[in-house]
Design a protein around this ligand. Sequence first.
Ligand code: FES
Length: 156
Amino acid sequence: MNIAEIVRENGNHRENLLQILHAVQAASGDNSLHQDALAQLAQIMNLPVSEIVGTASFYSMFSLQPRGRHVIRLCESPPCYIKGSENVLLALEKRLGVTLGGTTSDGRFTLETASCLGVCGVAPAMMIDDVVYGNLTGEKVNEIIDRLAPAGAAAG
Ligand code: FES
């Protein structure tokens, strides 16, 4: 991953830091922001490392820990909770064989929660990478996971 190139492509300005962090995370290979990449970013953008790490730590869409290729973010805000997000979480944990915060042993999925995703009308909802899924049930999440990772298929 060439950090300098990512900064150049996005414009080397403080106000572009979020989109630069997104691009760096996407290029990381494990959906996370590595310490050495953040240090390079600080140097190239002429910003304190503490500011970059602080920004990366503040937003839930960034992770400083390695994650799976697909990040599942189940909404845990009250409207989704009332509509059954707890049962959806149990179904996801069972299907993936991980608990909240965990990554599947094949490195495909990391299971996280998030605050309101802005689609309360279709609660309970989740995002997998950049795609929103709503009106979730245990059965529906199993179908979604099966589509993304058919049993026995090569890692994808
Ligand atoms: S509360 Fe879950 S999407 Fe808004």
